[in-house]
Design a protein around this ligand. Structure first.
Ligand code: NAD
Length: 248
């Protein structure tokens, strides 16, 4: 009998879902047992041990609840998991203590490293700003990753006792200084030909440090999806952020 992990992909016809199906099929230790999309019956998820949810924010909580009820671990990349949704999921998981759910807002391992490095650098620099660049079809700004990075950096600065960023600007009628996320300037570029890119630039007197990550293609998310699939069964309960599994 095969000891490959049986995997269902929900949202399998989507951009991320179809890439995830290819990635699972290309992994020797995993077996794709179901491709499920809108209108399909979730049923027993094809006998899967792990389901990957890459659907839409309105559908994702129902998909994950279905998985948990049936004892199927879930790896979730869909956006929209706010505190209220997470709280409901935690309550449900308390009744199914053997089931693991990973909510992963970003599967790109380089993006997770970028945030980790930014946290590490933050206490040492007086100035920091974030520039994110995405394709022009993206509807929200700044990106979730940029906002999260800003919060991480702001928390690290506060812990280190750093004050406000130096900035003598008194006139900015057109908003050239960008958005302020917890006091950290974040600038969003929307440029055709790009996928998902971010720079975090730190500065102190006489030096600068720039941490940059580029996702050129959706395949960049797939090693993270596969890591999630392999590890979720060993982490019962709710985990938010793939970085928790990677020790970052
Ligand atoms: P997409 O629109 O191409 O695909 C979504 C798919 O879900 C569609 O095929 C749709 O038919 C299907 N779907 C909708 N409702 C469903 C339901 N009830 N049951 C089954 N399938 C259903 O979107 P995408 O670009 O593939 O992105 C999917 C999600 O992943 C989005 O929320 C996106 O923001 C997120 N995303 C996450 C990461 C990450 O690293 N975590 C990276 C990129 C995108």
């Amino acid at each position: 009998m095969s000891n490959r992990i049986k995997v269902a992909v929900v949202g399998a016809s989507g951009r991320m879902g179809s890439a995830a199906c290819d990635a699972v099929e290309g992994a020797n230790d995993l077996e794709l047992v179901a491709r499920i999309d809108s209108g399909d019956d979730l049923g027993d998820l094809g006998g899967a041990q792990v389901a990957v949810d890459l659907t839409v924010p309105d559908a994702s909580p129902g998909v994950v609840a279905h998985c948990v009820d049936r004892g199927v671990h879930a790896v979730v990349g869909t956006t929209g998991w706010d505190d209220a949704r997470l709280a409901t999921l935690r309550e449900q998981l308390a009744e199914h203590p053997d089931v693991g759910v990973l909510i992963a807002p970003n599967f790109a391992i380089g993006a997770l490293l970028m945030m980790s490095f930014a946290r590490q650098a933050a206490p040492f620099y007086e100035s920091v700003e974030i520039v994110e660049t995405h394709h022009p079809d993206k509807v929200d700004a700044p990106s979730g990753t940029a906002a999260r990075t800003a919060r991480i950096v702001a928390a690290a600065r506060e812990e280190a006792g750093l004050g406000e960023l130096p900035d003598a600007t008194t006139s900015d009628p057109d908003g050239a200084r960008g958005a302020s996320v917890e006091g950290i300037p974040v600038h969003a570029l929307r440029i055709r030909g790009h996928v998902a890119h971010q720079e975090v630039t730190f500065g102190a007197v006489g030096e600068a440090l720039t941490i940059r990550h580029d996702s050129f293609d959706r395949v960049s998310f797939m090693p993270g999806v596969l890591e999630g699939v392999r590890r979720v069964g060993g982490h019962p309960g709710l985990t938010v952020g793939l970085e928790q599994y990677l020790g970052l």
